[in-house]
Write a protein that binds this ligand. Structure first.
Ligand code: GTQ
Length: 347
């Protein structure tokens, strides 16, 4: 038998033993640089919105539990993943509805896209959701969402959900539980956690605990003010414009253990330089229009559009001449950083 045929027979026998020869796959397993499966993509809000609103006619928030359209990376159909590690969805809650209380080990962020006045309850405290607000539901915390009835000024509210669902699935670390009540009991005043931790002070005997920020709402107005002032006081970064990361105010670390969150400002006409990083990032525009160049592709973006940049793709951002741009983004950076895996290159 030729050596080639001996090998073929050998590989056939190995497969029956749940064994495989590394030398055939090594080059794909240990690569010179990341080779993302996911691809760059954009979801235009004006194209998605009719489908989001149609869901409001077809199913209630209560029946759906969470009435969400999942943004699936075109290279991962059926996987409920926008990146290898992260999930993105668009959630709608209509006036008078409740999305019932539950908890899970997956961490979630909400970034409000449209509408005012809905609330999220976390840990006995409700927070009102306004456009541009960044809201956290920490791992294993009960959370429910609601919206006042139309008579009480309720309007449809739409937000971007960002979760670490694919990461938790990769680790087989998912647990979840429904609450026995539809809405958790409210036992704190609105704004209580922000009063404790949101003003560069903490209660005198506070000991940092847990892995998630004790602030669960970062109102847009305040974050936006920081960017505006920094732009006027400081030179712009040639790559990022003015880019800030949201922090856990009790220890300066990431606001969430597995998801890094950022807000960035590009003045009108800004033409960013090219950079890359080994975190995969989901962006949504809050204000202004521009163009993002990702690898060989480019996408025009406007407010509420969502686009994704895979790991290690060259990326640069441009703002139109017509107005300043503000972008919110989230990535798996805290996970990479924790394990010494974060790499960046500025070209
Ligand atoms: O609001 O709790 O988009 O549990 C996916 C899973 C939202 C939520 C999602 C969830 C939620």
């Amino acid at each position: 038998m030729s050596l080639e045929n001996q090998r073929r027979e050998y590989y056939r026998q190995l497969a029956g033993q749940n064994l495989s020869p590394l030398w055939l796959s090594l080059h794909n397993l240990v690569t010179e640089s990341p080779r993302p499966t996911i691809v760059p993509a954009i979801w235009k809000y004006e194209e998605m919105r009719p489908y989001v609103m149609a869901a409001g006619e077809l199913i209630t928030a209560e029946e759906a539990v969470r009435r969400v359209l999942v943004l699936e990376n075109p290279a991962l159909p059926g996987k409920s993943s926008i990146t290898q590690s992260l999930y993105a969805g668009i959630q709608l809650i209509l006036p008078g509805e409740t999305a019932p209380s539950h908890r899970h080990t997956q961490s979630a962020l909400r970034f409000v896209l449209e509408g005012r006045g809905a609330w999220t309850a976390v840990n006995g405290e409700r927070t009102t959701m306004n456009p541009g607000d960044f809201i956290i539901t920490p791992s294993w915390n009960w959370h429910d969402h609601g919206n006042p009835s139309a008579e009480h000024g309720g309007e449809p509210v739409v937000w971007l959900d960002g979760l670490d669902i694919p990461l938790i699935a990769a680790l087989d670390a998912g647990f979840a539980e429904n609450n026995t009540v539809k809405e958790q009991a409210v036992c704190k005043h609105e704004g209580e956690s922000f009063a404790r931790f949101g003003y560069n002070m903490v209660p005198v005997r506070h000991k940092p605990s847990g892995t998630t920020s004790p602030i669960f709402s970062y109102p847009y107005e305040r974050s936006r003010e920081a960017l505006d002032k920094l732009y006027r006081f400081e030179a712009l970064d040639e790559y990022d414009g003015v880019k800030m990361r949201y922090i856990n105010p009790s220890n300066g670390g990431w606001a969430m253990p597995t998801i890094g969150t950022f807000l960035q400002y590009l003045p009108k006409g800004f033409k960013g330089k090219t950079y890359r990083s080994s975190d995969s990032t989901v962006y949504t525009a809050v204000e202004g229009s521009g163009t993002v160049y990702i690898g060989e592709e480019s996408f025009r973006f406007s407010p509420r559009d969502i686009f994704v940049v895979p790991s290690w793709y060259p990326v640069r951002l441009e703002a139109d001449d017509s107005g300043d741009v503000v972008l919110f983004s989230y990535s798996d950076r805290p996970v990479l950083e924790a394990f010494g895996l974060l790499r960046e290159a500025r070209e």
